[in-house]
Each structure stands twice: as structure tokens, then as C-alpha cells.
Design a binder for this molecule. Structure first.
Ligand code: FAD
Length: 471
């Protein structure tokens, strides 16, 4: 194992099969008991990230498989450690373990990762060792899966952040068109595109989402740390509860919004952004997969609505909204952000009310309402969380900004504007306040209407016949 920690050997996660994608329980890979307690593994896994390469002398595959005779579905799945090359008792490498690469998937992005189809036991000689107990495969794999989901959300954040930074830089360099206020003056000097209102709007949309997603990801990291140092079982359960509730949101919301951020960055570049001399086309291609792997965002949303909201009888959700309410109360006192905090309050109340509506719909037998709208709920929930983190952060920024203004004797609006250009701290803090205000008006104002739309229980996607999907 230390060779994996040291990076000497690589590893994978082998869940997906041609007929078992989102439905992992449909796995056909089998494990046959051997007299020495080990297992013979037979089956095909596809889309395996870094499934085969020659960067390391060995690759260790955790493989989901069903021990012969075990029940169908996820409950009957176990997990096995299957090395590409067998390991001798003294730790040295032995013979090949009958793990063969059936092919490499040719992909839109992430070209640095060899995504492979792996055939286990084509020659009946693939040996695996059981990891954990029999039929505990899903529980064990989920330890990796949850971390990978958070990692996928972080992948989104990283791509979005890089795309945004490049777009800002480009917009300060690219000269095109006159200042809108110059009208048709033939003598007006062309300006850099950051001077155009529509470019500013795009940059602000990207900035606010990147900052909000970053805060959300940091909060999840904070929850992990706090759960590890918690002094009581109850405290630990509360921090872990936030994690359980937010993992799918971090995965789905951050990867989806990141894709839009990368696409918007390309729009800022214009045609140059579409060309591979500039970095954003790669970010856009690389980012798309984050919305699909580790469970598609549709499936994440179903998990959020079908499982996470109700965990611990809804206590995780109530605790989280309790924290949001506490911050709202505090932030309402803040003169700079009072109006925007009121928008957050309305959005957060509407979101919480919608969860109650889902419960009532479920009790009344209308399960399809929350199922059909799970993705829309995930977006709303993500917007409320991101809005909350932005406004919370803006509250801190506003206080810091005040202190900078006082220290630098910037006591008029004009002097403050000048300082926001000349002083790096004033620029940063004023930017944080501005992006929180923008997000509140741009995204949070729409939350209540979106919740009301869901409550209208529009079922046309379900009621229409398959045939009517023709254009
Ligand atoms: C580049 C890349 C790397 C990957 N890396 C790995 C890896 O390392 N290990 C690994 O095991 N897998 C990996 N995967 C596989 C990935 O996790 C799956 O592609 C993904 O889970 C979706 O499965 P699928 O492609 O079979 O799509 P399907 O399951 O066929 O889904 C197709 C569509 O139907 C929807 N859908 C399916 N079932 C339902 C349902 N019950 N309710 C609502 N909607 C549903 C899905 O959301 C999706 O939109 C990788 C895939 C790619 C492309």
C-alpha cells in the first residue's frame, strides 16, 4: 500500500461496465472462490481512468464484482484488490495478472488520462483479494466515491477559476471597439474589451460563481476537519451531516456551473477562445466530463432529493438552514449588505419550503414531483448555498474594506474609488462585496419563482408519449 501513497504504483476505481453505468448494481463481473481464500475475477470494465499506462510498474485496481451465488443488485456486490502485476510475498513484482487492455477510449478532453476498457481474466488467470467483508463492496467503494465526488467538484472549481483568470487578463489586453459612451465619434480611441458593459457582466457572473463555489468547497473541507476533531459524538454527527448533505451539491453544482464559466470565458475571448492557441478551449473540453463521471449530475440530484435531504430525519438540512438563518440575522444589520441579505433570506425560505413541499408530495403519493424536479432543486439549493457563502464573505470583506479606507483616509466616494484601483487590498475587498451583491440580484432573486414553478407540478415530460418526442 505504501507504494501507492508514495506514487510508485498507480491505482484506479473499477465500477463501470458496458451494461452497468449509472446502474452499478447491474455489474456482471464475477468472483469465484479459490481454495487459498483468493478469488478468480472475470469480467469487463470500461471507461477506467488511468486504466492502463506505463508511467508506473504496477497499477492496483479495486474492482467491483459479485461472488458466485450472491444476490443481484448492489447488495450482492463485493470489492476486490486486483493488481495489474502480481506481487510476490517479499513485495517484488511477479507475473502478469491477466488484466488486459481491450482498448483506449478516444475522448473530447482530459487527453492526459488514458481511459481504458479492461478485460479481467480473459485467460482465466486473474487473481483478486477480497477487500473488507463479502457483499460490502458498495459501502467500501463509497468511501472513495465520496472523496472522488468532492474532487470532481473541485475539478470544476479549478477549471472555472483558471478560465476566469485567463478571461480577465485577456479582456484587459484585447483592444476592440469604442467606449459605448463615445457613440459613433470617428475620432474615439478603441478601448480594451473590459470596458464594454456586456463583457463586465460576463466577468462578474464568472467571478461570483467562482468565489461562491470556492467558499462552498472550503466549507466542505472545514466540515471534514471539524468532524475529525469533534469532542462529542453529536458534534461529529452534525459536521458529518453537513458533508453528507453537501457532497452531491458540490459535485453537481460546481461541475455544471464550471462548464458554463468555461463557456463564458470562451465568449469573452471571442473567436480566439475557440482556437487551441488559447487555453480556454481545453478547459471547456476537460471540464465537461466532470458533469458525467463519478455519477452523472442527474443521478447526483436524485441522490440529493431521494436520500440526502431526509438523512437523520432531515436534521442535517435543518441544521444547515439554521446556520444560514443565523448568518442572515447577523448580516441584516450590515448597512452595506442589508438589501442583498433580504434577497438571500427570501431565497433560502423558498428553498426550505420547497423541501417541505416535496415531503408533502411524497406523503400524498406524488413521488414523481420531487423525482422530475430533482435536478432543478439541486440548482436552487446550490444557488442558495453559494449566495449564502458569498454574502457571508462579503460581510467580512466590507468590514476589512472600511478599515482600509479609514487607514488610508479615503473618506469620500471618489477617494474610495481611486483606492479600489490603487490598493490591492481595497481592490480585493471591494470586489468581494460587489460579486456578492451581483449574485444576490442576478441569481437569488429568481429562486422563489423557480420554486413556485416546480410546485405547479408540470408533468408534460412524463405524460407525453415517447413517440411525441419526434420533432
Ligand atoms: C472519461 C471518463 C472517465 C471515467 N472514469 C471512470 C473510472 O475511473 N471508473 C469507473 O468505474 N467509471 C468511470 N467512468 C464511467 C462514468 O462514471 C459513467 O460513464 C457514468 O457513471 C455514466 O454511466 P454511463 O456512461 O453508462 O451512462 P448511463 O448510465 O447509460 O446514463 C445515460 C443517461 O441516462 C441517465 N440515467 C441513467 N439511469 C438513470 C436513472 N435511474 N434515473 C435517471 N437518469 C438516469 C444518466 O444520468 C445519463 O444522463 C468514466 C467515464 C468517462 C467518460
Amino acid at each position: 500500500m505504501y507504494k501507492m501513497y508514495a506514487g510508485e504504483w498507480a491505482g484506479t476505481m473499477c465500477l463501470t461496465e458496458p451494461n452497468a453505468g449509472s446502474d452499478v448494481g447491474a455489474t456482471k463481473t464475477t468472483a469465484k472462490r479459490l481454495p487459498d481464500g483468493k478469488f478468480l475475477i472475470t469480467g469487463t470494465k470500461c471507461f477506467i481512468s488511468s486504466g492502463d499506462h506505463d508511467l508506473t510498474p504496477n497499477i492496483v485496481h479495486p474492482v467491483l464484482a459479485r461472488i458466485e451465488g450472491d444476490p443481484p443488485g448492489t447488495k450482492g456486490i463485493s470489492i476486490f484488490i486486483v493488481p495489474k502485476v502480481r506481487v510476490n510475498d517479499d513485495g517484488s513484482l511477479g507475473e502478469a495478472n491477466d488484466v488486459n487492455t481491450g482498448g483506449i477510449e478516444h475522448k473530447m478532453g482530459i487527453k492526459g488520462s488514458a481511459t481504458a476498457t479492461l478485460n479481467f481474466g480473459e485467460n482465466g488467470k486473474c487473481i483478486g483479494e477480497l477487500l473488507g467483508g463479502e457483499r460490502e463492496g458498495m459501502k467500501i467503494m463509497f468511501q472513495m466515491m465520496n472523496e472522488a465526488r468532492l474532487g470532481t467538484g473541485m475539478q470544476g472549481l479549478a477549471a472555472a477559476s483558471a478560465a476566469y483568470e485567463h478571461a480577465v487578463q485577456y479582456s484587459k489586453e484585447r483592444v476592440q471597439g469604442n467606449d459605448i459612451m463615445a457613440g459613433k465619434d470617428p475620432n474615439a480611441k478603441p478601448v480594451t474589451i473590459i470596458n464594454h458593459p456586456d463583457i463586465r457582466r460576463k466577468l462578474m457572473w464568472m467571478k461570483s460563481h467562482v468565489e461562491g463555489m470556492r467558499s462552498m468547497c472550503y466549507f466542505v473541507g472545514y466540515c471534514m476537519d471539524k468532524s475529525k476533531v469533534a469532542k462529542t459524538e453529536e458534534e461529529k454527527a452534525n459536521w458529518e451531516g453537513f458533508l453528507d448533505l453537501m457532497t452531491t451539491v458540490v459535485k453537481a453544482y460546481c461541475s455544471d456551473k464550471a462548464l458554463l464559466v468555461c463557456s463564458t470565458a470562451m465568449d469573452v475571448y471571442g473567436g480566439y477562445g475557440y482556437c487551441s492557441e488559447y487555453p480556454v478551449e481545453q478547459y471547456l473540453r476537460d471540464e465537461k466530463i466532470a458533469t458525467i463521471y463519478e455519477g452523472t449530475n442527474g443521478i447526483q440530484s436524485l441522490t440529493l432529493v431521494g436520500r440526502s435531504l431526509g438523512q437523520r430525519k432531515g436534521m442535517n438540512l435543518m441544521n444547515l438552514f439554521g446556520e444560514i438563518q443565523k448568518n442572515i440575522k447577523k448580516m441584516k444589520e450590515q448597512k452595506e449588505l442589508g438589501k442583498h441579505t433580504a434577497i438571500l433570506e427570501e431565497a433560502s425560505n423558498a428553498c426550505l419550503e420547497l423541501t417541505m413541499f416535496f415531503v408533502q408530495a411524497g406523503k400524498a403519493g406524488n413521488f414523481m414531483l420531487p423525482i422530475l424536479n430533482a435536478y432543478k432543486f439541486m440548482e436552487i439549493f446550490g444557488d442558495v448555498l453559494v449566495g449564502h457563502f458569498l454574502i457571508d464573505g462579503a460581510g467580512v470583506a466590507a468590514e476589512k474594506l472600511d478599515a482600509v479606507y479609514k487607514a488610508k483616509k479615503a473618506d469620500t466616494a471618489e477617494k474610495q474609488k481611486e483606492l479600489n484601483k490603487a490598493d490591492i487590498e481595497a481592490a480585493f475587498y471591494s470586489g468581494r462585496v460587489a460579486s456578492a451583491k451581483f449574485f444576490a440580484v442576478e441569481s437569488l432573486t429568481t429562486v422563489k419563482a423557480r420554486c413556485e414553478a416546480i410546485k405547479m407540478d408540470e408533468k408534460s415530460p412524463l405524460e407525453m408519449t415517447e413517440e411525441a418526442f419526434a420533432v
